[in-house]
Ligand binder design. Structure first.
Ligand SMILES: [Zn+2]
Ligand SMILES: [Zn+2]
Length: 135
């Protein structure tokens, strides 16, 4: 059974294949990708930011962000290209969060972890109670 999905680009319902955009848009997006790529691969534009690329090529910034996040555009070659941190919007070049938000999250995780240990005990004793009741 074919899976139907909304194209993330034009919103049309289409039969989902490997991509999250419909075939028409895929062509359009590929064309735009080449516009962007042709622009930034020239030496003079290697240092361009997403905003500058957007202004020069008229390609939507979220598409460019997506290409960077999907690693279709390699930030090793284009050091000033980045996409916003999913939490605070700071430009980042890999993952979903900037270093600051990552540290925040790690702290939250550690806190959750340490409180988890406390909460873990009742579960263990519950099991023990259950076990002793079983006899
Ligand atoms: Zn589409
Ligand atoms: Zn952040």
């Amino acid at each position: 059974m074919a899976e139907l999905s909304n194209c993330i680009y034009c919103g049309q319902v289409f039969v989902k294949e490997s991509s999250s955009v419909c075939r028409n848009c895929q062509k359009d997006i590929d064309r735009q990708f080449h516009t962007v790529y042709d622009y930034i691969k020239t030496k003079a534009h290697r240092q361009a930011t997403v905003q500058e690329v957007h202004e020069a090529t008229q390609v939507e910034t979220w598409l460019i962000y997506k290409w960077i996040e999907d690693r279709r555009l390699d930030t090793k070659s284009f050091p000033n290209m980045g996409y916003p941190c999913h939490s605070c919007g700071q430009p980042i070049q890999r993952g979903k969060l900037c270093d600051k938000c990552l540290k925040h999250m790690q702290r939250d995780l550690e806190r959750a972890e340490s409180s988890h240990h406390v909460q873990d005990d009742p579960r263990a004793s519950q099991y023990l109670t259950y076990h002793t009741e079983d006899h």
